[in-house]
Design a protein around this ligand. Structure first.
Ligand code: 3H9
Length: 699
């Protein structure tokens, strides 16, 4: 055995050389790995006794891509293209042996090998698009030459990982070998290639699959249309498509030039920087400084949920989907039946859309039990209260749970607004109490705010974080404060949006600007969708707010065909003359000066206060790090990933100094006496010290 460097070894099994990489955690193509590959292959090629070469990785996976932490740094060591050329031009067969995930640059290395074998559990993909990139090591030119254009388009614009089975069917893998016997299988395959004198396949020389799409621009146009909605605002999907067009229409080397040019543009651009930030933010968020990884977890084998309304039913589905039995409690059998009926309908709709079978519907429904007695929660490991927002009622429920539910269980509330420390006082075990704030629809939305109260134990926090992963959510640990993190930021935007329409902007102006920024919809379209009469009552309406006035005219949102907007029978919105007049009159009566408001001002007024509020949340210790706030808004509110989240955007796209200057300007001009624009002390400190918010926070 020869140690090439500390991440690469070269060995020989008879006449087969084996280059092995071992660079945890994911064998990413760092300078060291590239150097190991370069030297390892050089020596294996020079070894006359080696008739073929196998490339294999140790640890949990084959190469999972370029080392993302190296982007933006000066290049060191041999370039990836150089390594690839040596492999592709090797005068003896090279076989990639794939387990885990061959992703991005990892798959691109496998694609310059002459053959690929994989175990059944292996996955392959080019997920660069999710980092705002395109495969920059020949993947855009080679993948379509293997799989054909349509599959390549779909895989590269979605970043999806294909299974080994699919890879075999599409030609990405040449053979599937027995799980756990990858090395033996790959060596046997290589030996066969030598014995039978198989050709040294260079994918770059293949033309048949791309030729099929030549002269058919409609293939690309149709594809662009099909992904337009999903990819709105993102640069990378379109750039990936252009590279595949180049693969079809240009010779290989020319296609490579297009790939290199577009890759450079993306990797130096702000979208990819933001999306790479989100990649690491998603992984950071699980790390809680004072809750070590070794913290013991409570085994959650059964769950109780109080409330079979929209929220309770949606929450229950998450656990049933993960195979965990749930008991749902309601006050009456009628409500229970109605709630479970809605859950069943949801599952049946999913089955109709082909997501799973009708048997699966029954299996999941079989995990859901209803009851009208809290006593049935006695033996549950986790109980989640999901009833309406009333402190007295919640405290009453928690007092009862304290007496009924076994010791050691977690008592959680799904409140989105109330003080969890106060709820915990209703029990004799505040260490067991935590907030699990699901977002609606709870079975769909990825975000879970995990709200740590003063006395919540580390075990309860660690278990909640682990559980969020198990049910397919991204859990973000936050502290108790009004609105927690997500809604606290939202309230800033909502307040300014409401003011802007009294100062001269129209609801559709505000919505257009925020939609254009990349959010899924603006605040007024959102209100119309949710229903303006949420919490509004005809009998008690005082006609004081715009909402009162709209509801009194039966403009209660999409469901009544009118709200801030007019809606046609397809629920397509259009600006409403009636609403415009109503707003102008309302503003006039309250002596608001109406003026022209620029799109830029709308954007700044709606979003800068969110950045300022995020900084306040950090200084109060209600979120652990700036990137956690970004994750809340990306996962829970649709902040565009290519803008990195509100804190990233404020810091890297706008500039903290600019945000601070505006906050000061608005604060000085504000006569309301509410201090809503008061700059955060942390923001002031970061700007004064010329450091990031995170740095300012850490000291
Ligand atoms: C590319 O290849 C560009 C080329 O086309 C062009 C070149 C010219 N680099 O996710 P996990 C870290 S772009 C650096 O928790 P899992 C990760 O941060 C790349 N670090 O594990 C984490 O660190 P920590 C295309 C990386 O088992 C640890 O590894 N490839 C990289 O749930 C474990 O990760 C991709 O986009 C990396 N490439 O999932 C694949 N990848 O422990 C990106 C991971 O300190 N990676 N880390 O928090 C993944 O999708 C998942 O990590 C993977 C494993 C599926 C591999």
């Amino acid at each position: 055995m020869t140690a090439i460097n500390d991440v690469t070894t070269l060995t020989r099994d008879g006449d087969i050389a084996i280059v092995t990489l071992n660079s945890p955690p994911v064998n990413a193509l760092s300078a060291k790995v590239r150097e190991g590959l370069f030297e390892g292959f050089k020596q294996a090629i020079a070894d006359d006794q080696a008739k073929a070469i196998v490339l294999i990785c140790e640890g949990r996976t084959f190469i999972a891509g370029a080392d993302i932490t190296e982007f933006g740094q000066a290049p060191k060591g041999p370039g990836l293209h150089e390594v690839q050329q040596m492999i592709e031009d090797a005068p003896k067969p090279v076989v990639a042996a794939i387990h885990g995930t061959a992703l991005g640059g990892g798959l691109e290395v496998a694609l310059v090998c002459h053959y690929r074998v994989a175990v059944p559990s292996a996955k392959m993909g080019l997920p660069e698009v999710n980092l705002g990139l395109l495969p920059g090591a020949g993947g855009t030119q080679r993948l379509p030459r293997v799989t054909g254009v349509e599959k390549a388009l779909e895989m590269m614009t979605s970043g999806r990982h294909a299974s080994a089975k699919e890879a075999k069917e599409s030609g990405l893998a040449d053979e599937i070998v027995e799980e756990g016997k990858l090395l033996d299988g790959a060596v046997a395959f290589a030996r066969k290639a030598v014995a039978e004198n198989w050709p040294l396949v260079k994918i770059r020389e293949r033309d048949d699959k791309v030729a099929e799409a030549r002269g058919k621009p409609e293939v690309f146009e149709a594809f662009r249309k099909s992904v337009a909605r999903k990819t709105r605002g993102f640069l990378a999907p379109e750039y990936n498509i252009q590279c595949i067009e180049a693969a079809v229409n240009l010779p290989f080397d020319e296609g490579m030039k297009v790939e290199a040019k577009l890759f450079r543009e993306l990797v130096t651009g702000s979208q990819s920087a933001a999306q790479r930030h989100v990649f690491f933010a998603e992984r950071q968020v699980a790390k809680i400084p004072d809750v070590p990884k070794e913290t013991p977890l409570i085994d959650i084998k059964s769950v109780g949920i109080i409330g079979a309304g929209t929220m309770g039913g949606g929450i229950a589905m998450n656990f049933a989907n993960a195979g965990i039995p749930v008991t749902i409690i309601e006050q009456s059998q009628d409500r229970l039946d109605a709630g479970l009926g809605v859950v069943r309908k949801n599952y049946e709709n999913s089955a109709k859309k082909g997501r799973f079978s009708m048997d699966e519907v029954e299996k999941r429904m079989g995990l859901l039990q209803g009851s009208t007695s809290l006593e049935d929660l006695a033996d549950k490991d986790l109980v989640i209260e999901a009833i309406f927002e009333n402190m007295d009622v919640k405290k009453d429920v928690f007092g009862k749970l304290d007496k009924i539910v076994k010791q050691g269980a977690i008592l959680a509330t799904n409140t989105s607004a109330l003080d969890i420390d106060e709820i915990a006082t209703a029990t004799s075990r505040p260490e067991a109490v935590i907030g699990l704030h699901f977002f609606s629809p709870a079975n769909v939305m990825k975000l879970l705010e995990i709200v740590r109260a003063d006395k919540t134990s580390k075990e309860v926090i660690a278990t909640s974080m682990a559980l969020s992963k198990k049910i397919g959510k991204i859990g973000v640990l936050v502290g108790v404060c009004p609105g927690f993190v997500g809604n606290r930021l939202l309230a800033q935007r909502q307040r300014e949006a409401n003011k802007l329409i009294l100062e001269g902007a129209m609801p559709w102006d505000v919505d257009r600007v925020l939609f254009g920024f990349g959010l899924p919809m603006g605040p007024f379209a959102m209100s119309d969708l949710a229903g303006l009469d949420l919490g509004w009552n005809k009998e008690t309406s005082k006609g004081e707010t715009l909402r009162d006035l709209l509801c009194e005219r039966d403009r209660r949102g999409q469901k009544t065909g009118a709200g801030f907007y007019d809606y046609d029978e397809n629920r397509t919105p259009s600006p409403s003359k009636e609403v415009e007049e109503l707003i102008r009159q309302y503003a006039e009566e309250r002596q608001f000066q109406q003026r022209d408001i620029s799109d830029q001002e709308i954007l700044e007024r709606c979003l800068y206060p969110m950045v300022n509020e995020g900084a306040k949340i950090l200084e109060e210790g209600k979120a652990i790090r700036t990137s956690d706030i970004d994750i809340v808004w990306i996962m829970g509110y649709g902040w565009p990933r290519y803008e990195g989240g509100p804190m990233w955007w404020g810091e890297n796209v706008v500039g903290l100094d600019k945000v601070l200057a505006k906050m000061k300007e608005w604060d000085a001009a504000d006569t309301s006496g509410t201090g809503v624009f008061k700059p955060s002390a942390l923001l002031e400190k970061a700007v004064a010290d010329k450091v990031s918010l995170q740095k300012a926070l850490e000291g």
